[in-house]
Design a protein around this ligand. Structure first.
Ligand code: C2E
Ligand code: CA
Ligand code: CA
Length: 952
């Protein structure tokens, strides 16, 4: 079939090619004919109608044939077979026409052209025949049939020449012609063969070329396809890459998310561990099946791991009192009766019972039997909670039952809560108070009260604390003296959140105090302030900077011969006399600052006077006059006189002690003048001054000139009859006046800083002496040094002491300081600090002249005093009943307070006996020895053996 198709294709191509060749043949033939015609025309110079007609007709025909072929080839309905038939037909027609042409040539042209010979004819014919034959071999032999259709009719006249023209052609021509014709046919045939082969080859070639084109097209197509495929593949690859990147991105995101989650998880875990740690939580796991208990600490470390046949081991850690409850609750939960197990019990940890809260839950049960298999839970340390709770309970209890009013305010000072005692005190019910301001419940009408409230609020806001005694009138009508203490409560940012107040009812105590104060400060018999109050007031007048007192008189009054009045009339009469004396003093001295009763028959008045001393003389006179009229006592008239001693401030002294002592000396002077007289203290200095001696100036020189000396007066222990120690006493070896006692020059020194310098001198001298005596093996001698208020307040004392002790290498317990009560009155805080510093150095402190000053118990309690030194005034009057009472009271009180008692000014054996009897064993006085020089002391010590009482 394929072969058929190919044959047909080959055939079609051959026919088409033959038709095209035929067209060219027609053109060539036209040329040959034209050439022959032209040869005929020009060579023979004749015109042949027949020949020209034939030529024109053939030319037309040739044109028609050419067009026909062209049309057929171009025709869409072209059929190869028709074309072939047409071509065959044309060839045949052409053969016939040419045949006719030969005939025409020979028959008619011959006639028309007279000079034409046969040879010409043959040549002409020959040209025509051979040219045509050659052309036809060239163009028609590819289709041999065409050649034959043309050639055979064409040569027929030549072959049949003799028959047609009836003239025989020479045999030579005939033969030549025949041979040529044969040769032409053979040639045509060979050419045809070549043509056939060529056309076959050409066809094949075409086919191959076609195939190649096809192949090239296919290849191109394939290339295109491949390109598309590559493009697609690239696109896909890109998409893949994109997908890959997206995937990678997704993976990265996921990884990041996972990391985040992981981090968060780790944080949560750390948080949880931290929460567990802070909350003191341990977790536990009880594998009931395997009978194992594990307790983990906050970091999941196993704290307790136990496997046993029962739970006894763990339960042995539980406090026996809590065990029953623990077991009961545990059983209930294991049986599924409770949702969870929860118990609080004590557990032994580090040998201590510790409260824990245990919470647990069964997490797995047997599916059939419902028996518990596993249980988990946590232990929380609630020890602190428990303690706090107990403390809170305690605090609440205290709040409820304390006998003090307690109230809680908010930060605007409004009541939040009060305790029952507060309600009882103020007669307000808690519900009436809530929300009210602190001062809404008090009377606030007076200006002073409002300003007081303002002060409280101001201080609370500024200091967060208020502490004071207030007299408060409540709206309920109650008036109370309260000690109010309010404290701010702050939060962690130091912001005030609440105030807590405590009120203590002082009303009763105040009344009591007033009573006691009266008893303390007043003498009941005379209704006059007593010695204590007198000294206090005198100190106040001398030291209070607000009191601009410039001149002051201390007037001492003593009833003459009172002792005999007492003895001869009666003590009751004596008491009445004292009362009446008090009355007369009041009447005669209405302007006095203070009139007081000291003791026995001693009175004292403090007077403020102007520049003129005479005023005081008049007052003294008035007092003496007041006693001129008789006293009617128990219906008897008694003539009584008084002695008056006067010391003036600042002329006769600036210190209380000096003023008192000088007034007393003046009194003694008045007495010695026979009584009923007033005597002004005569300063020996003044006297000396009048003699032309300037003591103050000399004293300054004395220090430099080493005229000051220290004497030592021994103190004897009566128990051991040995020397206990010494008191250092200053003396002045005056170049003109001889040895002066301190009462002459100390008042001058006290008015300047000289007193401190003298004090320092005595201190260093004393320490030096201690060192010397210790080196001489007189051990255990404690030496006391007198210290005045000025030294204490100046602030150099400690420094001096340290220096002296260090310089002479003396230990503090060898030293004693003698101070008077007047030193303790002012600046108590500083004084206390100083005395504590003294005590730190193991130096003992003695309260000098006890009994003459304030004799206040408060000093003994508040200050670190070791020794009381009873003043020589009391010792001197020891035979008097009242003074005996005072001395024995001082000794008893001092002993009760664990103090040593020293009596000074002991002069008689009676005094010693009395003191010994009353358990006072350390004595100092002229009875044993006057103050001695250091050298004399060594002789004295040799006589007495040393005592070491204070060590025992
Ligand atoms: P005081 O502290 O009361 O000293 C005791 C005084 O009583 C001494 O007087 C002493 O000689 C004297 N005395 C001792 N035994 C008897 C006795 O049996 N009968 C009598 N009538 N008197 C006796 P003195 O040495 O004249 O000292 C007088 C005051 O001078 C001392 O009284 C003391 O307050 C002060 N004083 C003495 N030395 C110093 C000192 O070094 N510094 C300071 N600041 N004051 C001193
Ligand atoms: Ca003394
Ligand atoms: Ca004394």
């Amino acid at each position: 079939m394929v072969i058929d198709v190919q044959d047909e294709l080959l055939y079609t191509s051959q026919i088409k090619s033959a038709a095209v060749h035929l067209q060219r043949f027609l053109v060539c033939l036209f040329g040959i004919l034209a050439y022959v015609d032209l040869v005929h025309f020009f060579y023979f110079e004749s015109f042949s109608f027949a020949f020209n007609l034939w030529f024109i007709s053939v030319s037309i025909l040739l044109s028609i044939f050419w067009l026909l072929i062209k049309a057929t080839i171009a025709s869409p309905y072209n059929n190869t077979f028709n074309l072939d038939a047409l071509c065959q037909f044309i060839c045949l027609v052409l053969g016939c026409i040419l045949d006719f042409g030969i005939f025409n040539l020979h028959h008619y042209v011959n006639i028309d052209t007279p000079n034409m010979t046969l040879n010409h004819l043959i040549i002409l014919s020959g040209i025509l025949i051979f040219s045509t034959s050659t052309i036809s071999i060239l163009y028609l032999s590819n289709r041999f049939r065409y050649f034959l259709f043309l050639f055979i009719p064409f040569i027929t006249p030549c072959i049949l020449y003799k028959f047609i023209f009836f003239t025989p052609l020479s045999t030579y021509y005939q033969f030549t012609f025949n041979f040529i014709f044969l040769f032409i046919i053979i040639c045509a045939f060979i050419v045809h063969r070549y043509h056939t082969q060529l056309s076959l080859l050409s066809f094949k070639n075409n086919k191959f070329s076609l195939q190649e084109t096809q192949l090239t097209q296919d290849k191109n197509q394939l290339g295109l396809n491949l390109k598309n495929a590559v493009e697609k593949s690239n696109q896909m690859q890109n998409e893949l890459l994109l997908h890959n990147q997206l995937l990678e991105q997704k993976v990265k995101e996921r990884t990041y998310d996972i990391k985040q989650i992981n981090d968060r998880l780790e944080n949560h875990q750390a948080n949880l561990a931290f929460a567990h740690e802070t909350a003191g939580i341990n977790s536990w796991l009880w594998n009931i099946e395997k009978r194992s208990i594990e307790i983990f600490d906050t970091k999941s470390k196993i704290l307790f791991n136990h496997i046993s046949e029962n739970e006894v081991q763990f339960e042995s850690l539980i406090h026996p009192d809590d065990l029953d409850n623990y077991q009961k609750l545990m059983r209930q939960h294991l049986r599924g009766k409770t949702e969870r197990f929860e118990a609080r019990y004590r557990i032994k940890r580090d040998q201590q019972w510790c409260w824990i809260q245990d919470t647990g839950k069964v997490v797995a049960r047997h599916p059939m039997s419902y028996k518990p298999l596993r249980m988990v839970g946590i232990h929380r340390d609630i020890q602190k909670e428990k303690t706090d709770q107990e403390q809170l309970k305690l605090a609440a209890n205290v709040f409820e039952h304390v006998a003090e009013g307690v109230f809680v305010l908010d930060n605007n000072l409004c009541y939040l809560e009060v305790n029952p005692y507060f309600e009882k005190l103020t007669s307000y019910h808690q519900s009436d108070l809530l929300g009210k301001h602190l001062f809404d419940i008090t009377v606030n009408t007076k200006k002073e009260i409002l300003s007081q409230h303002f002060d409280v609020t101001k201080k609370l806001i500024a200091d967060g604390e208020y502490d004071a005694e207030l007299q408060i009138e409540f709206l309920t009508g109650k008036v109370l003296t309260l000690w109010v203490h309010i404290n701010a409560v702050t939060d962690e940012k130091n912001k005030i959140t609440n105030y807590i107040g405590i009120i203590t009812d002082l009303t009763e105590r105040k009344k009591q105090e007033q009573r006691v104060s009266y008893l303390e400060n007043y003498d009941l018999l005379t209704d006059l302030p007593n010695r204590f109050y007198f000294n206090l007031q005198l100190h106040h007048y001398l030291t209070d900077p607000n009191d601009s007192i410039q001149n002051l008189a201390v007037i001492r009054i003593n009833i003459d011969r009172f002792r005999s009045f007492n003895e001869f009339v009666s003590t009751q009469a004596g008491d009445i006399l004292l009362q009446k004396t008090a009355q007369r003093l009041r009447h005669s001295c209405p302007d006095a600052l203070l009139i007081s009763y000291l003791n026995n028959d001693d009175f004292a008045i403090i007077y403020k006077y102007g520049q003129n001393k005479k005023n005081i003389q008049q007052i003294a006179k008035k007092i003496l006059e007041a006693f001129e009229s008789p006293f009617v006592i128990q219906n008897n008239e008694h003539f009584i006189s008084t002695s008056i001693g006067i010391a003036l401030y600042p002329e006769h002294g600036r210190q209380i002690d000096t003023l008192n002592s000088h007034a007393e000396q003046a009194l003694a002077e008045a007495k010695s003048l026979g009584g009923n007289t007033a005597y002004f203290y005569t300063n020996k200095n003044t006297r000396l001054f009048h003699q032309g001696v300037n003591l103050e100036g000399d004293l300054r020189q004395a220090l430099k000139n080493k005229e000051l000396l220290v004497y030592y007066q021994p103190k004897i222990c009566t128990k051991t009859e040995k020397v206990y120690g010494f008191e250092a006493l200053i003396r002045w070896q005056h170049p003109k006046l001889g040895l002066l006692t301190p009462d002459i020059f100390l008042p001058i020194a006290e008015e300047s800083s000289l007193i401190t310098e003298i004090g320092r001198f005595v201190l260093f001298e004393t320490c030096k002496q201690i060192r010397i005596w210790q080196d001489l093996n007189f051990d255990y001698l404690r030496i006391s040094v007198n210290v005045v208020a000025q030294q204490i307040h100046r602030g150099e004392l400690i420094h001096d002491i340290d220096q002296a002790l260090e310089l002479y290498n003396v230990s503090g317990d060898m030293l004693e300081l003698e101070i008077t009560e007047s030193s303790l009155i002012a600046k108590s805080e500083n004084v206390l600090t100083l005395l504590q510093q003294v005590k730190h150095r193991h130096i003992s402190i003695s309260l000098d002249d006890f009994g003459t000053g304030y004799s206040s118990l408060a000093y003994l309690i508040n200050y670190p005093i070791d020794t009381l030194k009873i003043d020589k005034l009391f010792i001197a009057k020891i035979e008097q009943e009242k003074d005996q009472a005072i001395v024995s009271a001082i000794i008893a009180m001092g002993k009760a307070m664990g103090l040593s008692i020293v009596a000074e000014g002991v002069e008689t054996i009676e005094q010693i006996n009395f003191l010994k009897k009353h358990d006072c064993h350390i004595l100092q006085g002229y009875y044993y020895s006057k103050p001695l020089t250091a050298q004399e002391c060594i002789d004295y010590l040799s006589k007495f053996k040393l005592a070491s009482v204070y060590r025992s």
